[in-house]
Design a protein around this ligand. Structure first.
Ligand code: ADE
Length: 231
């Protein structure tokens, strides 16, 4: 690895990461800020994309193509679907899909477009490092499927559709788009989320209440993973 990208979607998701770094150089590009730094002998670029698949795709592509990052880690929050996931719990994506991608009118399955795939898998090596770190630190983490869409899900109906259609364990608004970009550009990637709400009627309220604490849970675990990358 020569340069590591660390992404979040919202400022609250990268704030607890940036707190670990100093001597940060800020570069503006495409209406966004990129934070360049060196940590433990690793060159790192940190950014938050803004919410949603389009902004996340732009940021991931920029980090890879403009800043030369060759590994990407994502940290943030998600809505829980799997009932074992409580607010604050951690989930590592094994694979991701786009729950709002729909050309079923032409006989294709939900989440599929020609020459694409319903699911994109994350790097097995990075997941293994994350599990080693979890094990060493007594951190509990679930590995599962994350569904992404340009919707803040706050209804049982939509949540159940995503659960039954994609067998998803959690949902959010950026992961699968980052996955598509990294897969296309051959960059190993890893998506970590901590649960901020359970995507039902109370989701908006819970999200506001738990965004910061859950984002911190995700970030603190991610830093431990970064510490392991250079060992
Ligand atoms: N991220 C965190 N909670 C979410 C939800 N309920 N819907 C979409 N993205 C989320």
């Amino acid at each position: 690895m020569t340069k590591l990208a660390i992404m979040g979607a919202m400022e609250e998701e990268i704030e607890p990461l940036l707190a670990h770094f100093d001597n940060v150089k800020v570069t503006e590009f495409a209406k966004n800020k990129y934070y360049e730094l060196t940590y433990n002998g690793l060159d790192i670029v940190v950014a938050y994309s803004k919410i949603g698949k389009v902004f996340a795709s732009l940021t991931a592509t920029t980090m890879i193509e403009k800043f030369g990052c060759d590994t990407l880690l994502f940290s943030g929050v998600a809505g829980g679907i799997n009932p074992t996931l409580k607010i604050g719990d951690l989930i590592i994506a094994k694979k991701l899909c786009q729950h709002d991608l729909d050309i079923t009118a032409f006989g294709h399955p939900h989440g599929f477009v020609p020459e694409g795939a319903v699911y994109v898998e994350t790097s097995k090596e990075l997941r293994q490092i994350a599990f080693d770190v979890a094990h060493e630190n007594g951190i509990e983490v679930l590995e599962g499927t994350i569904a992404t869409g340009d919707q803040f899900v706050h209804s049982s109906e939509r949540k159940e559709f995503i659960e039954s259609t994609f067998k998803a364990d959690a949902l959010e608004m950026e992961g699968a788009s980052v996955a598509v970009i990294c897969d296309a550009l051959n960059v190993p990637f890893f998506i970590l989320r901590a649960i901020s709400d359970t995507a039902d009627m109370d989701a908006g309220f819970d999200f506001d209440e738990f965004l910061k604490s859950s984002a911190k849970n995700s970030a603190e675990y991610l830093i431990k993973i970064v510490n392991k990358l250079n060992n």
